[in-house]
Design a protein around this ligand. Structure first.
Ligand code: ATP
Ligand code: MG
Length: 141
């Protein structure tokens, strides 16, 4: 069993029907939601979360977007959870998701390259860091 950190970004989180649809896809793919939290990130917190992208051309719009409204932060458990959740989300860019992975969540619910609905940790190290970021009291042992 592996853990990963998923975010349902403000575009999807603003629409309860879409949030329910994402949770339905999660359970269909046999993920367990072991922690969940609805919160709104301050701009400095969003900058800390996405510090790895500081200096990229999309950094400002990304930070503005993720701090623009409520998020759902989820700790997901499943065998191979990191890769499985990234597979279920689909490619970062929505137009690629639409063409190459039309069933993926970003293909179905993403709007633009920035407003792509979802986030998933990309390695065990980033999963540990991001779980600690959103759930400092969570003990993975
Ligand atoms: P995430 O980290 O959100 O799971 P990812 O790992 O697929 O997505 P990253 O390269 O880490 O993609 O980019 C982080 C986020 O920055 C993306 O999810 C998207 O919201 C935004 N982003 C990435 N590339 C672009 C781009 N070319 N134009 C606009 N926004 C982008
Ligand atoms: Mg990433």
């Amino acid at each position: 069993l592996q853990l990963t950190l998923a975010l349902i970004k403000p575009d999807i989180s603003a629409a309860p029907t879409l949030v329910r649809a994402v949770f339905a896809r999660l359970s269909a793919a046999e993920f367990r939601v072991v922690r969940s939290r609805r919160l709104t990130l301050s701009r400095p917190s969003a900058e800390a979360l996405y510090a790895e992208h500081a200096g990229r051309f999309f950094h400002n719009r990304l930070v503005t977007f993720v701090s623009s409204g409520p998020l759902w932060a989820l700790v997901l458990a499943r065998p191979d959870a990191i890769a499985a959740w990234r597979g279920l989300m689909g490619p970062t860019k929505v137009y690629r998701a639409v063409y190459s992975h039309p069933e993926s969540l970003r293909a179905v619910y993403g709007l633009t390259d920035t407003r792509n609905g979802l986030h998933g940790s990309d390695s065990p190290q980033s999963a540990a860091r991001e779980i600690e970021f959103f759930f400092p009291e969570f003990d993975a042992e």
